[in-house]
Design a protein around this ligand. Structure first.
Ligand code: AR6
Length: 332
């Protein structure tokens, strides 16, 4: 099930559990810890006093008290020194141990702040990358809805360093002639002819030339869901492997599977193209089945094109960039 990145105050999240970026005493502090204790009320501190603290990289569970969330999972992130003091492994452990508690408790939705990225000094973009990687791996094996809650406006801003290349790409391509537009209609007919006949199309398609195409031209009529299922088979993937990699909910995938005329949203269709690691042309073809196209008149499409042409098919990385540029996210 999906990973969602949202901008919010975590104390407002109505999920099964929110995660607190605490310190080893578990007795409260500043930042998100202070906000959670203030919103939960005195009962939370009273329960925390019974826990005997928590080691860095570990996690412990309490009730949610006055919070909309039923539980709080308290974890203690590492203090960032220079990246050479085992900080990353400890931060990964915070996410893993918190998710393990959520799984054991049978929780369906959990929201994380960016642990260690405030008072503990972990560079925010790196902290986010650690979070998406560990949560993404977990979601390949487990069903849960996990949120990463971003509070600080400077995190995931288009001005942040990791996005300078994407920004340049957008600036250089916004409203221009898209390479995605090169499949003009005649070219498209030519490709369909070749797909159907397994031979080069004549320069001009005469009526005679079209004879014999018969049922084989039905490839053109293949629906979105039929093409998706065919591609899953061709790529040797399982259904679950595909929808998880696409950051798509199992229930939505079942709907698509059982309705050959299902019309997905554009971000859903693209999410599958990314999960299937389709080329630009194949992506364009899959999108057309759902009635969409990519163009250079909007940032969303250009960002997708940027990642596909770079051969980067990590949906979480793509979503981070889409989030930074205020665009809809892929998948859920
Ligand atoms: N909702 C979501 N995220 C928030 C919120 C909020 N209400 N408030 C802050 N953040 P920090 P740490 C973000 O300092 O670095 C405490 O005193 C914030 O923008 O809260 O793990 C503890 O007691 C930042 O990105 O936690 C510890 O002593 C992220 O939460 C120490 O700070 C984490 O920032 C832990 O430091």
């Amino acid at each position: 099930m999906p990973l969602k990145i949202v901008r919010n105050d975590i104390t407002k999240m109505a999920v099964d559990a929110i995660v607190n970026a605490a310190n080893e005493s578990l007795l409260g502090g500043g930042g998100v810890d202070g906000a959670i204790h203030r919103a939960a009320g005195a009962g939370l501190l009273a329960e925390c006093r019974t826990l005997g603290g928590c080691k860095t990289g570990e996690a412990k569970l309490t009730g949610g008290y006055g919070l909309p969330a039923r539980y709080v999972i308290h974890t203690v992130g590492p203090v960032y020194v220079d990246g050479r003091h085992g900080e990353r492994a400890l931060l990964e452990s915070c996410y893993r141990k918190s998710l393990a508690i959520a799984l054991e408790k049978g929780l369906e939705s959990v929201a994380f702040p960016l642990i260690s990225s405030g008072a503990y000094g972990y560079p925010k973009e790196q902290a986010l990358r650690v979070a998406t990687r560990v949560i993404g791996d977990f979601l390949l094996e487990n069903d849960m809805t996990v949120y990463i809650v971003i509070f600080d406006k400077s995190v995931l801003s288009p001005k942040a360093k990791p996005y300078s290349d994407i920004k340049k790409y957008i600036d250089g391509n916004l409203v221009g002639v898209s390479p995605l537009r090169r499949l003009s209609l005649p070219a498209l007919s030519k490709r369909c002819f070749e797909d159907a006949m397994g031979a080069a199309a004549p320069t001009e398609l005469t009526e005679d030339g079209m004879e014999g195409l018969g049922d084989r031209l039905k490839c053109i009529d293949e629906s979105f869901s039929q093409m998706l299922l065919r591609k899953i088979d061709e790529k040797g993937m399982t259904d679950a492997g595909c929808y998880k990699k696409a950051n798509i909910d199992r229930k939505l995938f079942s709907k698509i599977r059982s309705d050959i005329h299902y019309r997905p949203s554009k971000p859903t269709a693209i999410a599958f193209a990314i999960a299937l690691e389709l080329s630009l042309d194949e992506t364009e073809e899959l999108l057309r089945k759902a009635g969409f196209a990519l163009s250079h008149s909007n940032k969303f499409d250009i960002i997708i094109e940027y990642f596909i042409t770079k051969g980067c098919y990590n949906i979480y990385e793509i979503n981070e960039a889409l989030f930074a540029f205020d665009q809809s996210l892929l998948g859920a």
